[in-house]
Design a protein around this ligand. Structure first.
Ligand code: ADP
Ligand code: MG
Length: 707
């Protein structure tokens, strides 16, 4: 249905012409894709300006006869063409030109030229105008200029779009009842909107076209948002037809109650509330898909543990996955401490495991002996067979790709039962994103930190004051506290990073262990242990470094960003982030969350480099300022979204390419609210139209949206 000529040949893409490959590169396969490929801007070729009426600086199109055409060499090689429109003449100047161009600009030819008019003592000139033979009538609409790629010329693309527009199915899918609900903006039809946007009449307000407020744009954005809401609602409703094990409260509630009793602290009110939301959800016969968001340090792990306990009490298995081995291991240790005394067997799975150990673990999982499985991506690999998996918990979910979540879901067993899913994130989702991209999930929010935490004081400090910072570290160590020192990861050059981290490590070891330093009064003062952790290290070594930091034996941990998420050492009270200007905002916030986890007052020092080019950029400055101003993860997330835009923010959730192309969540909140209301009406009363609408906008990508 409605394929462009290239589409049929996708498999033998080597035989495609360069422009055809260009179309594919832009994702333009179907007619509708072409029809939805909208111009970047427009050129006005509908009018001819009389040179006698022209003003300097005008962007105009003129028409006339070539009276001379010659190559001049002064001051440098250039083609000079003189064009006369009857009364006045204009010099066209080209510094780069082809012989073919010279030919089309031969004396006597009648041509049109478009460009900016400059006035000079010698009359009008145009630099590098666009020229064409003056044949045929003037176009009646503005000429579209499309986003393109190398080897795909505008002319080819224009033709393809035109043909796509003519052939695509543009029948209305939005029922009048639904579209009229969008007061006070009346919706154009899709056909009118697209025809207009590809070929607007010259009297249009360019301003409205550019800032996408024109009614034609409104229609497109409404369409797009509706498609997004439909797909999310659809996956939500499909979930209602799926079955999951009911994990209800059991009479003895051995593990759940036992764990609550064993905890060395009281749950916060927010933790109690989210646990309540989760366990209520788990007791339903439909799979839960819930996002648990809570700032770093808000105590998500214990919530996960309680959910796992409820699952095991009901006689089922639970899996917990984390994006890095270090983080997974932290969870593993904590869960062992909490649950093993209650008789739970916990299996451990990672990629770096020895074969024999792995085989043992797999057997334990398959037999159901392990009630809980903790690990990295290894947990979702094919060979892993659960006996009775009922709950999958994914920590720092934004790190996991959609495909991985699909794989986890497909670990079905026991007939047609699906596992419940709990995704945890420390990056809170701003409201507009929650309403759009995450509309298929239920959300629980931990909005308070455990009591007794003093807020982390953040200082932005120039690299030149490094010596003072080292003094500060010494002071913390004297109080028996521990310190993180984080070095940035420069993606282009891992080697450089390593060098940087290694150098810092050496420098700190030396500075903190100066035996002759008068500040250490005791002659045989214990040496300060300074550790180094980076991603290239063998796993065993990483583990032993982490273990010695966690035990308190190591005072300072110099690390690249491997410690970014989830590491929990409450005695660490100072974090220094070197080259803080290179980090993203939410990354800085995540890192900072590694301190301030115990009762001790904590601080974070953001060291920035000075003097070197490039100087601190404005956005880097904004980020550092935001960090110094607030500890609130929601506020940070909001500012981060402002700085980066949703594409970056969403990260891997976007592997389904469901990113909005036209709508802007901030500017189009009215349309978003409409789409949210319209989607259920469409699905209930106009299911066929809804299906066509989804197909139009998402084509074959709808599967991904169900993850
Ligand atoms: P995150 O939400 O960042 O994953 P964690 O689950 O690692 O946070 O918890 C951070 C620290 O707070 C841990 O040391 C944890 O044991 C502790 N903690 C969690 N809940 C409470 C509570 N209600 N009272 C006191 N400490 C708590
Ligand atoms: Mg955590």
């Amino acid at each position: 249905m409605g394929q462009v000529s290239v589409a049929g040949k996708v498999d033998s893409s080597s035989k495609l012409s360069a422009p055809q490959k260009g179309l594919l590169k832009l994702g333009l396969r179907r007619d509708i894709d072409l029809a939805l490929h909208l111009p970047l801007r427009y050129e006005d070729e509908t009018r001819i300006t009389d040179l006698s009426q022209a003003r300097e600086g005008d962007l105009v199109q003129i028409e006339g006869v070539v009276t001379s055409c010659e190559v001049s060499f002064r001051p440098r090689r250039q083609l000079l063409v003189s064009l006369s429109d009857g009364g006045v003449s204009c010099i066209l100047r080209f510094f780069n030109f082809y012989p073919s161009q010279q030919k089309s600009l031969a004396v006597g030819n009648r041509i049109r030229a478009r460009g900016e008019l400059r006035g000079g003592l010698l009359g009008w000139t145009m630099m590098h105008p666009q020229t064409r033979a003056a044949t045929g009538a003037l176009p009646k609409s503005l000429t579209p200029v499309y986003p393109t790629v190398a080897a795909l010329p505008q002319a080819y693309l224009r033709k393809a779009v035109l043909s796509g527009l003519a052939k695509a199915d543009l029948e209305e899918t939005i029922a009048p009842e639904v579209s009229s609900a969008l007061q006070p903006i009346p919706l154009w039809t899709l056909r009118d909107a697209l025809n207009f946007l590809h070929h607007p009449s010259p009297d249009v307000s360019l301003c409205e076209l550019e800032d996408h407020t024109h009614p034609a744009w409104q229609r497109l954005k409404a369409e797009e948002l509706l498609a997004q809401q439909l797909s999310q609602l659809l996956s939500r409703r499909e979930r209602e037809h799926l079955h999951a094990p009911k994990l209800s409260e059991t009479e003895d509630g051995l593990l759940y109650q036992g764990l609550l009793k064993r905890l060395p602290f009281q749950l916060t009110a927010a933790q109690k509330r989210v646990v309540e939301e989760i366990v209520r959800n788990l007791a339903q016969p439909q799979p839960m898909h819930r996002l648990l968001q809570g700032d770093v340090g808000s105590g998500k792990t214990v919530v996960a543990a309680l959910a796992a306990a409820r699952c095991m009490d009901a006689g089922w298995q639970c899996a917990l996955m984390a994006p890095t081995e270090i983080l997974a291991e932290q969870h593993f240790r904590k869960l062992i401490a909490w649950l093993e005394p209650l008789g739970v067997q916990i299996a451990w799975l990672t990629g770096s495991q020895k074969k024999k150990e792995r085989a043992e673990m797999l057997a334990m999982i398959a037999s159901g002996g392990a009630g809980l499985v903790v690990g990295t991506h290894a947990v979702i690999q094919e060979q892993v067979q659960f006996r009775k998996l009922a709950l999958a918990i994914i920590d720092e979910q934004h790190r996991f790709g959609v495909a991985q979540r699909l794989a986890l879901r497909s670990k079905t067993q026991e007939g047609d039962l699906e596992p419940h899913m709990l995704m945890m994130t420390a990056t809170p989702i701003p409201r507009t994103l929650a309403m759009s991209y995450y509309a298929d999930l239920d959300v629980s929010t931990i909005d308070e930190l455990p009591p007794g935490r003093s807020p982390i004081v953040t200082k932005v400090v120039s690299e030149q004051r490094r010596a003072e910072v080292i003094e500060r570290i010494r002071a913390q160590l004297m109080q028996g506290r521990q310190v993180y020192w984080v070095c940035p990861l420069i993606e282009e050059s891992e080697a450089l990073d390593l060098a940087n981290a290694t150098q810092t490590h050496a420098q700190l070891s030396a500075a903190l262990n100066q035996a002759d330093d008068s500040r250490i009064s005791n002659d045989n003062a214990p040496a300060v242990m300074v550790g180094l952790l980076h991603s290239r290290m063998p796993v065993a070594e990483k583990k032993s470094v982490m273990a010695s930091f966690a035990s308190g034996e190591m005072g300072v941990l110099v690390s690249t960003t491997v410690i970014e998420v989830g590491v929990d050492v409450p005695n660490a009270t100072l974090m220094v982030i070197e080259h803080a200007e290179r980090f993203g905002l939410s990354q800085l916030h995540q890192l900072r969350g590694r301190v301030g986890r115990g009762a001790g007052a904590s601080a974070c020092v953001l060291l920035y480099a000075t003097g070197e080019a490039p100087r601190l950029s404005q956005t880097a400055r904004d980020r550092l300022r935001a960090m110094a101003q607030t500890n609130d993860g929601f506020e940070i997330a909001r500012r981060d979204l402002d700085i980066r835009g949703p594409g970056d923010f969403l990260g891997s959730r976007q592997s389904g390419e469901a990113l909005l192309r036209f709508a802007d969540l901030n500017a189009d909140s009215t349309l978003l609210a409409w789409a949210q209301k319209a989607a259920p009406i469409m699905l209930d009363r106009y299911p066929d139209e809804a299906t066509r609408h989804l197909h139009r906008w998402l084509g074959g990508r709808t599967d991904f949206l169900k993850a």
